[in-house]
Design a binder for this molecule. Structure first.
Ligand SMILES: Cc1cc2nc3c(=O)[nH]c(=O)nc-3n(C[C@H](O)[C@H](O)[C@H](O)COP(=O)(O)OP(=O)(O)OC[C@H]3O[C@@H](n4cnc5c(N)ncnc54)[C@H](O)[C@@H]3O)c2cc1C
Length: 479
């Protein structure tokens, strides 16, 4: 660590806390992993987050290598009343991994995965990205529910719920969470599962970032792959009405092994897209069929029956490849702005609204569309974990991305907000915490948890009465 006599760190309740070099040395001696300051080797990677729109910079980074390190750092932050944040994969769109000017725990040195194929369990470090887990579990033909972009962090995704191409088969990621090790605000290292610290385990299945720092996740695994059938298929936007209606029918009848995402986008100038389509609006489906490959022709027949796609990348391929082929579409550092809702059904009016919106849309990097969830997800009780939303069958989104120097950024952002207003009447009234942007208010956080909110607040009071863990989509209303 670079040495200077005093460092100013943002205080938990505002203002600055001045730490002397002796105090920093004390932290250094208690935490075995590195402490970093601006200019130190590794600093840039440690503070890099995905959404350039909300990028922030801490004053100090600790990189724990054990739960004891995490406990020591939490104790130090509590003693000096420092603003504390935790970085998993750094992909939260609201930029919650970094508290400006504060102390960040960058978990990237805790990136190990241990698979127990007999017990069908994976023990996962909190610094893991999705790809770390998929790669390790797929060696045994096993997988758990994770998301669609392999660079995302397991910790943030899971603690907010976690959905992906296996959701219809096995529910939320947290429905597959067996146990965690967590350090709470009092510095205790606790185990939480359905029997031990059961209330804490209930709350962190959906609102986990509010309750402590998870230092180990244990997931239940299922037999998946290693070869599945999937990829992208797309048609000209002129066929939008037909494709949107087909999507509704196919998803309503699909087996749970078929995950389908419908995207209205501008075709990228990629080698697999015919040149005459580059920059043109298209209707794309991102598909993952993880069932019996002998049945694939039958299962995909309604998609194939649509005929004449302009892009067809559907084929047998490794599950890990399907889990990562969208990575390049979401590079770090661009400005991202999303608005999403849950929908219980796709009405005619919703489909035509989304089509009309995309006709009007002039943002080159916009994506409008639906993610099909439901299935096993709907079969749990609403209060099985704080995460709830068991009535949702689709995620409905209007997403935009642009370069940091985009001159029309304000117009683009407003367009996304307006599109969202036109989509909201079709929502269940609830929304996914992991897709919320920094400008969404407390009502949205409350709506996320619905009837589970009051119980969640009681558990928050019990484990984090001082709201130390507030660098997140914070459930505790500000005074
Ligand atoms: C390109 C992209 C694709 C996505 N796809 C999906 C998807 O398919 N499915 C889905 O469900 N979500 C998806 N998401 C949303 C994703 O779940 C959230 O962005 C999530 O917050 C990312 O987790 P992270 O660890 O990368 O983020 P971070 O920004 O590092 O952390 C997110 C939050 O979790 C907290 N946190 C991190 N680690 C810990 C820990 N160990 N203990 C306690 N709190 C911690 C942080 O403090 C922060 O508040 C996607 C996001 C992006 C950007």
């Amino acid at each position: 660590m670079t040495t200077t006599s005093i460092i100013h760190i943002a205080g938990l309740e505002g203002g600055l806390v001045n730490l002397t070099s002796d105090q920093l040395d004390e932290l250094d001696s208690r935490v075995e992993g590195p402490l970093l300051r601006v200019g130190d080797e590794g600093w840039n990677d440690a503070v890099l987050t995905w959404n350039g729109m909300v990028a922030a910079s801490p004053a100090l980074v600790a990189q724990p290598i054990s739960a004891r390190d995490v406990a020591a750092a939490i104790g130090f932050a509590r003693h000096f009343k420092l603003r504390l944040s935790v970085k998993g994969g750094g992909h939260n769109i609201a930029g919650t991994a970094i508290a400006e000017g504060g102390l960040t725990l960058d978990m990237s040195r805790l990136r190990d995965v241990t698979v127990d194929p007999e017990a069908k369990l994976a023990h996962v470090g909190p610094g893991c990205l999705l790809k770390d887990v998929d790669m390790a579990t797929q060696k045994h033909g096993l997988a758990t529910v994770l998301g669609f972009v392999s660079e995302v962090g397991v910790a943030g995704l899971t603690l907010g719920g976690g959905l992906g191409s296996l959701t219809r088969r096995f529910g939320w990621a947290v429905d597959n969470l067996q146990e965690v090790e967590i350090v709470t605000a009092d510095g205790e290292i606790r185990t939480a599962n359905r029997d031990e610290n059961a209330d804490l385990f209930w709350a962190l299945r959906g609102a986990g970032a509010n309750l402590g720092v998870v230092t180990r996740f244990t997931f239940r695994l299922h037999e998946v792959g290693p070869t599945v059938y999937g990829g992208l298929i797309a048609w000209p936007f002129e066929r939008a009405d037909e494709i949107l209606q087909a999507y509704r029918t196919i998803t309503a009848e699909a087996p749970r092994e078929l995950a389908m995402w419908l995207l209205l986008i501008q075709a990228p100038p990629a080698p697999f897209v015919p040149e005459q389509c580059h920059g043109k609006k298209i209707c794309a489906m991102a598909v993952c069929y993880s069932g019996d490959l002998d049945q694939v022709d039958q299962v995909l027949a309604p998609i194939r029956a649509l005929g004449e796609p302009v892009v067809d990348l559907l084929r047998e391929q490794p599950y890990t490849q399907v889990q990562s082929y969208l990575d390049a579409t979401e590079p770090k550092g661009l400005h991202y702005y999303w608005k999403t809702e849950y929908a219980a059904e796709l009405s005619d009016e919703l489909l035509s609204t989304v089509r009309d919106l995309f006709v009007e849309c002039s943002i080159p990097g916009a994506e409008l569309g639906f993610l099909h969830i439901g299935g096993a997800f709907n079969e749990h009780d609403e209060n099985d974990g704080a995460v709830g939303n068991r009535d949702a069958r689709y995620v409905l989104g209007a997403n935009g991305m642009w370069e940091p120097d985009e001159p029309h950024a304000d117009t683009f952002r407003q367009w996304i907000r307006d599109a969202w207003e036109r989509q909201r009447p079709f929502s269940t009234g609830r929304t996914y915490i992991n897709f919320q942007t920094a400008d969404e208010d407390e009502e949205r956080i409350r709506a996320t948890y619905g009837a589970n909110f009051d119980r969640l607040m009681k558990i928050k009071e019990q484990y984090d009465p001082g709201n130390m863990f507030r660098a997140n989509r914070n459930i505790r209303p500000r005074a």
